[in-house]
Design a protein around this ligand. Structure first.
Ligand code: GLV
Length: 345
């Protein structure tokens, strides 16, 4: 029986090796790391595979899934899966899997790198050195904001929006800075209330009190533009926004206005509303630090993600429950059975 896995773009070797060991016939569609895939390229190629292994850069919508009645599963290499129409996949009998947990610690580390970078103006100071502008030490050079309690001893407030695995890992790190930690996540209220590190706060209170607001929810209709102009206007003029989750959680044009007008002090962004594009004016502001969606980018983490996606892909091929399936209700459904029958003909 053929075991054709279509990998949309080049993934770390660990994933490709695992697929090869499982006797899969692997096609990597795009080898050029600087290029994505056109919808046409994907539509054209998907028909020939048994399992699709995409990245978060490819929209996997109903039309694409409907174009392939024998597709056995989707094994995405990413924890977020907002690029996939999971409801349509379930309706069509296609299991979808992601790569959770292995990237939690790396992403939380990077959230802190972002927070420290924007608070202490790290990239700008580095550029200053590299461009040979440092002539003499001065007491006003690159003044930033305190992250731990400053000389007045007042504890800083960290506001965590989205208290899943990554939000919790960010909170764990914040205890080392002796911060007061507020968390908001309506679906995790009981967990937050049982967690001694953090205090539950309504979003309005969190925005009003936090010195740093860091975003970690998945992108859903509820969280799209959760941080809009109104939310930004509730933040302190000394506060910073950090987003290592998904771009559309923030209304990016409203953020540019808030940063320009000094409504908030700064922002650190790893994700963008219309990635890789940025809202007009964002890139030239001097109170932002910007990164190319690399929060989980450690060698070890990306290798684990690739291996995990490959393991999910092999499970899809075998008709076994994928270890990280996000729509497990699909298994055993008549449409799922029908798909597997089609494939064995
Ligand atoms: C990265 O953004 C991921 O969802 O894995």
């Amino acid at each position: 029986m053929p075991r054709k896995v279509l990998v949309t773009r080049r993934i770390p070797r660990a994933g490709l090796e695992l697929l090869a060991q499982a006797d899969c016939d692997v096609t990597v569609l795009q080898h050029d790391e600087e290029r994505g895939l056109s919808r046409q390229e994907l539509l054209h190629s998907v028909g020939g595979c048994d399992v699709l292994l995409p990245l978060l850069t490819e929209p996997i919508d109903r039309q694409l899934m409907e174009s392939h009645p024998a597709l056995l599963g989707i094994a995405q290499m990413a924890v977020g899966f907002d690029n996939i129409d999971v409801a349509a996949a379930t309706e069509l009998g296609i299991p979808v899997a992601n790569t959770p947990e292995v990237l939690t610690e790396a992403t939380a580390d990077f959230t802190w790198a972002m927070l420290m970078s924007v608070a202490r103006r790290v990239p700008a100071a580095h550029d200053y050195m590299q461009s040979g502008r440092y002539k003499i030490w001065g007491p006003n050079l690159f003044l930033g904001a305190d992250v731990g309690s400053g000389p007045d001893g007042v504890r800083k407030v960290l506001g965590i929006v989205g208290y899943g695995r990554i939000g919790e890992a960010v909170a764990r790190r914040a205890t080392g800075f002796d911060m007061e930690i507020l968390a908001h996540d309506p679906s995790k209220r009981a967990i937050i209330e049982a967690d001694e590190k953090v205090h539950w706060a309504e979003l309005e209170e969190l925005l009003r009190r936090a010195d740093f607001v860091t975003l970690h929810p998945p992108l859903t209709p509820r969280t799209r533009h959760l941080i809009d102009g109104d939310a930004l206007s509730r933040m302190k003029p000394t506060a910073f926004l950090i987003n290592a989750a998904r771009g559309p959680i923030v209304d990016e044009s409203a953020l540019v206005d808030a940063l320009r007008s000094g409504q908030i002090a700064g922002a650190a962004l790893d994700v963008y509303e219309d990635e890789p594009e940025m809202a007009s004016g964002l890139a030239v502001l001097d109170n932002v630090v910007l990164f190319p969606h690399i929060a989980s980018a450690t060698d070890a983490t990306r290798s684990r993600m690739a291996a995990m996606a490959a393991t999910n892909a092999v499970a899809h091929l075998e008709g076994e429950k994928a270890p990280n399936c996000v729509n497990p209700e699909v298994y055993g459904s008549p449409v799922w059975r029908q798909r597997r029958r089609r494939r064995s003909i």
